[in-house]
Design a binder for this molecule. Structure first.
Ligand code: GLA
Length: 379
């Protein structure tokens, strides 16, 4: 009798544990849910593509892109070192960039260009003058104008938004002493926007940066944009990269930043969203490429999948609250396998292209949005 009860008890225990395991791993999102449909009344959902995806060599990746996203950004192929590796008219290489744009057009996507003026992934010759001297201000402005006119002009009317200037600010909100700043002076930013506007007057022209939720940098961005606006510089969008981690930015910080940005009167795009779940990724809030690229060798944080889902839910709750001012939310990569922070497993799809718990959490947030308060897409 005793054994019967003991067996029954252990059977019940096992059954309960199994049930919990099923509940814990069960997917809450419907297999028919897609990101772009779930958000269609709120904002567009974009993704950064590598070459294997837009040439469809990575067939699973390309399938996922077409199914879930209605906007694309080029991860690398439009950076200066890729599209304009050598000086002179023969120094341009449009092969990959052309394929990227064709992929977007074929699939009816909103196509973003990234990026025109940045201190990183720009070849050394750009800043070199005669002999060992730095190039003159005049000549660097000529090179910048030629680059912007050639690249933006080639895709005029097809690329709808450009990250014109990337990462011009330091964490304290002051201007970064980049070669652009040192050689041209602070008006290099205004000039870049003016040249881009000459090349395509209809394109949205964004200033794009990371960690701009933090107050000192947030104030720096706001001051910069206001100054450009007062000078009638054609800046028409703000990009917040949003390279997040499991606790940063918190909901309050993000909410107050988005409230402050809304005052600028230009659309906000979240341009490079990912959430670093690597243990070593929790201390730094910097997305500086020089420090961060492959950081995270120490493995992912405990219970990373659930923490990732919680942070994604928190971020999207705030994005959805600000949906009137947010035009586009772009993920920086399709799956964890493709990510620049792949050790941190930072995206919604795992290395096997399967949706993670974070995917369900993001879809669940859209179901809480009152349907009467939607807005036309892209506005
Ligand atoms: C910055 C750039 C992106 C990309 C990431 C890291 O955020 O804007 O183009 O290089 O760094 O991959």
């Amino acid at each position: 009798m005793k054994t019967y009860w003991a067996n029954l008890k252990s059977f019940t225990g096992l059954a309960t544990a199994a049930l919990f395991a099923i509940v814990a791993t069960a997917r809450s999102a419907d297999t028919n849910d897609t990101l772009k449909d779930a958000f269609k009344s709120c904002f567009m959902i974009g993704v950064a593509l590598n070459q294997r995806q837009f040439t469809e060599k990575d067939t699973n990746g390309a399938t996922l892109v077409k199914r879930h996203f209605n906007s694309i950004s080029p991860e690398n192929v439009m950076k200066w070192e890729s599209i304009h590796p050598r000086p002179g008219p023969e120094g341009y290489n449009f092969e990959a960039a052309d394929r990227y744009v064709e992929f977007g057009e074929k699939n009816g996507m909103y196509i973003v260009g990234h990026t025109l003026v940045w201190h990183s992934q720009t070849p050394r010759w750009v800043f070199q003058g005669e002999g060992t001297n730095a190039v003159t201000r005049e000549e660097l402005l000529n090179r910048m104008r030629d680059h912007i006119h050639t690249v933006v002009g080639r895709y005029k009317g097809r690329i709808k938004a450009w990250d014109v200037v990337n990462e011009a600010l330091n964490d304290d909100g002051s201007l970064r002493r980049s070669p652009w700043y040192r050689i041209i002076g602070e008006d290099y930013i205004a000039k870049a926007f003016e040249y881009a506007h000459e090349a395509d007057p209809a394109a949205e022209l964004r200033y794009n940066d990371y960690s701009i939720e933090n107050e000192p940098k947030r104030n720096g961005v706001i001051a910069l944009v206001k100054k450009l606006q007062a000078q009638k510089v054609p800046i028409s969008g703000l990009g917040s990269q949003a390279h997040a981690n499991l606790t940063w930015p918190g909901a309050e910080l993000l909410d107050s930043a988005l409230t402050a940005f809304a005052d600028l009167g230009i659309p906000i795009s979240i341009t490079e969203l990912d959430v670093n779940a690597a243990e070593t990724g929790q201390r730094s809030q910097s997305a500086d490429v020089s420090q961060n690229a492959q950081a995270g060798g120490g493995g992912v944080a405990d219970d990373a999948n659930q923490k990732l889902a919680d942070q994604y839910a928190s971020l999207f709750r705030v994005f959805l609250k600000h949906r009137q001012n947010i035009k586009l939310v772009t993920f920086w990569g399709v799956t964890d396998r493709d990510s620049w922070r792949r050790f941190g497993k930072p995206l919604l799809f795992d290395a096997q292209c399967q949706p993670k718990r974070a995917f369900d959490a993001v879809i669940a947030e859209t179901k809480k949005v009152p349907t009467t308060q939607s807005k036309p897409i892209g506005q």
